[in-house]
Ligand binder design. Structure first.
Ligand code: GLA
Length: 401
């Protein structure tokens, strides 16, 4: 769908033109999985697909929500912004508006708005369609509710990076409070701070980050969709968060730490005996290993050692399968088939897991065979047809009109 078609759809829904239009991307994480809420590093990139939002003020003091992807529409008075029942999709937007006003006392929603969303991130694919929706809403409504009268960015920010980080934090808080998923900040951060042809090496404790060029001569980043929806809010994700807290508590009896990511593999040898809960021990072992792998992978990429980068991706999947137990039959079938294809440098699940997508580095000349072989093996094992996309690494959130 083109942006012009979205503008026409807005006019059809509301009988007048949109005043502004915004876009925010989904993401794929190259390595650093389930490390963000453990104070570790991640290495995601923004994609060229994401969520669009068109808005216009109305005189009726209500927020009207339309989506070109969802049949439900909602009308919520601006005086009654709170979570809606039945996992209403407008919660991802309402939460951001609510959180903007709580984090920024000067931010006021002084009028009603008509909103139209459109997204082209495959739904339930673990490519952060919800983060894209949150960040696009945070971008639009920080501007509407708290335009800085001193120039600069909304909410008084003078620095673009700091403003974009704030958009990510608004989105993350919305996910916690309005969707009940106690996620880390990676998805919203990638959506807010993405940069074309770069990945983001983010320290999720300090929120310091670096854009690292993804220069892969003759190699593509290929995303494979299991078409087995991930169920992040099913509780399994929040269970992992709790299990990691248990590990921190038990380790802290011998070595006080705030986050598992503070431990090096050498520290691990010394402290693992303090974890009495066997599940918490496996989870923690993954996190400590993954943090080290992520640092090594970023160094390898900077040196142009894509072979090593690929090996670390594959090791990441194995750890997520054996120790973190977030892969499952579908993701394992895709990754294990990919490892058998000549010209694949590495392949792993990406995102929260439990379904969703894998990410693979594939040599240009091997892409056709990759799709054929992996697609056939996957269908044989699961009865489901996979989909493949060559990722285009895009920019972060932006106002388009
Ligand atoms: C989901 C969460 C992220 C992160 C990943 C796993 O995508 O939203 O914060 O924890 O899972 O790395």
């Amino acid at each position: 769908m083109t942006t012009q078609e979205m503008q026409i759809a807005f006019e059809q829904a509301y009988g007048r033109k949109a005043e502004k239009m915004f876009f925010s991307p989904g993401r794929v994480n190259l390595i650093g999985e389930h490390t963000d809420y453990n104070g570790g590093c991640v290495f995601p990139c923004a994609l060229s697909f994401g969520a669009w939002l068109l808005i216009a003020k109305n005189e009726e003091g209500v927020l009207r929500f339309h989506s070109l992807n969802m049949p439900q529409t909602y009308t919520i008075p601006i005086s009654e912004i709170k979570p809606q029942a039945d996992r209403a999709w407008c919660n991802y937007a309402l939460g951001c508006i609510d959180i903007i006003s709580r984090r920024h006392p000067e931010a006021k929603l002084e009028s009603g708005y008509d909103l139209l969303y459109y997204g082209n991130v495959p739904a339930g694919a673990g490519l952060s369609s919800s983060a894209a929706m949150e960040v696009v809403t945070a971008r639009a409504f920080t501007e509407e509710m708290a335009v800085s009268d001193r120039g600069g960015y909304p909410c008084g920010y003078t620095d673009e990076k700091a403003y974009r980080t704030e958009l990510a934090l608004i989105g993350q808080a919305c996910e916690h409070e309005y969707a009940g998923v106690m996620c880390g900040v990676m998805d919203q951060f990638a959506s807010a701070q993405g940069k074309k042809d770069h990945a983001i090496y983010l320290n999720c404790d300090t929120l310091e980050f670096e854009h690292v060029p993804v220069k892969l001569d003759g190699i593509k980043v290929v995303i494979s969709n299991t078409h087995s929806p991930h169920h992040l809010d099913s509780g399994a994700y929040n269970d992992r968060v709790r299990q990691c807290h248990t590990a921190v508590e038990q380790i802290s009896k011998v070595k006080p730490i705030k986050f598992l990511a503070e431990l090096t593999p050498e520290d691990w040898e010394k402290v693992e005996g303090a974890i009495t809960d066997p599940i918490a021990k496996k989870r923690a072992r993954h996190v400590v290993g993954e943090v080290a792998r992520t640092a090594e992978a970023v160094e390898a990429l900077k040196k142009g050692d894509i072979k090593r980068f690929g090996e670390l991706m594959t090791a990441s999947h194995v750890s997520l399968r054996n120790d973190y137990e977030v892969t499952g039959k579908e993701l394992d079938s895709l990754a294990e088939a990919a490892w058998q294809v000549e010209g694949v440098l590495g392949s792993r699940m990406t995102g929260g897991g439990f379904g969703g997508c894998t990410v693979s580095l594939v040599k240009d000349e091997a892409i056709d065979e990759f799709k054929r072989f992996v697609g056939a093996e996957y269908e044989k094992k699961t009865g489901i047809k996979a989909d493949f996309y060559v990722a285009e690494i895009g920019d972060g959130v932006a106002r388009l009109i």
